[in-house]
Ligand binder design. Structure first.
Ligand SMILES: *Cc1c(COP(=O)(O)O)cnc(C)c1O
Length: 396
């Protein structure tokens, strides 16, 4: 198709191609399983966020089907019109309890949860939003939508955070919010939340933690970073996603009743974008129920992750600062990362290469996530293939 006024896009595409940044995602042709069919090939899948391996669980699917039969396929409205269904209320209540919070509010995704909270609470230029430099893109976009001033501190640098809190801008600010990922999505390291909460309370700031990669993964029964650091009642806002360990799609903020009601009256994604389909809410409820009643899944997740990380370290790979099942495997540069990923794919292992701008130049890597569903045999095979390709490319 030819639209002369879109000629500029052809030029943009040429730039992306030239920089190796034109994305052509591989296609999943089976369920999101630990061993899946990707681009026509049966492959060990080390790339999904399906931490608990519940995305294709028969109990979860049954709950979703039952919800469709009872409540239909879609909600066909935003929450504030007539899109609030009893399943949403039940999910909010159960997530508030899961997070030991007074209340919770659902959004359509983790992404919109972050933009909703940042935009709603940081609404004046006299407000100050303080953010870790490696926070997720949705926090960065939330900060852009906010009217507040923004200050970024170097990754997990508590001295720098303290300096910001002591600055004139901070002292004069109307409100200040410190925002951090709970588990950082590219490196798998954990935020120093204890220290962040302590500093926040000392300087009159409140904290929002984004537990997208922490909920269902760390803390007792997967309750997240606040639980991991035993900070119940000390972190004002816990954000999470229902799209990773919870195997569906959606997001939430667990917080006080008043803040929940405020977001439910002003947050733009809540007011202007329709609610989760009932089957999706039912999926999340089923996953939560399984998580709370079966400790063996989390144990398998961590046994698997620890096993894989140990084996990869023994093989001589640089796996960065990971403290969670997210395991980066450093490749050195974009070219090597892409070749590494392609070689592994030929060998039957899917580990996606991640390059600039998702990670800084020089930190290009393969990023793997180990799930509760992998067998030791899958992981042993994967390590063998990593060694073979890593040696061929001079990475180890
Ligand atoms: C994945 C992710 C999100 C986005 O969650 P979605 O539900 O997929 O929109 C937000 N924050 C972090 C830290 C994430 O890793």
């Amino acid at each position: 198709m030819k639209f002369p006024n879109l000629k500029f896009i052809d030029d943009e595409i040429a730039v992306l191609k030239n920089e190796n940044r034109l994305l052509k995602p591989r296609v999943l042709e089976s369920a999101q399983e630990p061993v899946a069919i990707i681009d026509g090939k049966k492959i060990i899948n080390l790339t999904s966020n399906n931490y608990l391996a519940l995305a294709n669980d028969p109990r979860v699917k049954k709950a979703a089907i039952k919800a469709i039969e009872k409540y239909g396929a879609g909600s066909a409205a935003v929450r504030t019109i007539i899109g609030t269904m009893s399943l949403h209320i039940e999910l909010e209540k159960k997530f508030a309890a899961f997070k030991h919070a007074e209340s919770a509010i659902l959004f359509q995704s983790g992404f919109t949860s972050n933009t909703a909270v940042c935009q709603s609470l940081m609404s004046s230029e006299n407000d100050l939003l303080i953010s870790d430099e490696l926070n997720h893109a949705s926090i960065i976009d939330g900060a852009r939508l906010a009217k507040s001033t923004r200050k970024i501190y170097p990754h997990k640098d508590m001295k720098a955070l303290k300096e910001i809190l002591e600055s004139k801008e901070s002292i004069n600010a109307r409100r200040k919010m410190i925002v951090t990922d709970g588990v950082f999505s590219m490196d798998g390291d954990i935020a120093p939340l204890y220290e962040i909460a302590r500093l926040a309370s000392g300087y009159g700031a409140f904290v929002m933690v984004d537990d997208a990669h922490a909920s269902g993964v760390i803390g007792k029964q997967g309750r997240g970073t606040v639980d991991y650091f035993n900070l119940h009642g000390k972190v004002e806002i816990q954000i999470g996603t229902l799209s990773k360990a919870f195997a569906a799609v959606g997001g939430y903020a667990a917080t006080t009743q008043n803040l929940r009601d405020y977001l439910g009256s002003v947050a733009r994604p809540f007011l202007f974008s329709s609610s989760q389909p009932p089957s999706v809410a039912a999926t999340c409820l089923a996953v939560l129920d399984i998580l709370l009643n079966d400790d063996s899944i989390l144990k398998r997740l961590w046994d698997n992750a620890n096993f894989f990380k140990e084996e990869m370290k023994k093989a001589g790979f640089d796996i960065g600062q990971s403290q969670t099942p997210i395991t980066p495997i450093m490749a050195g540069d974009t070219d090597k990362a892409v070749k590494f990923s392609n070689m592994l794919f030929e060998e039957g292992v899917f580990a996606l290469s991640i390059g600039y701008p998702t990670v800084p130049r020089g930190k290009e890597r393969l990023r793997t996530i180990i799930t509760a569903g992998h067998t030791f045999n899958d992981l042993e095979t994967a390590v063998k293939k990593f060694k073979k390709s890593g040696k061929a490319l001079g990475i180890i």
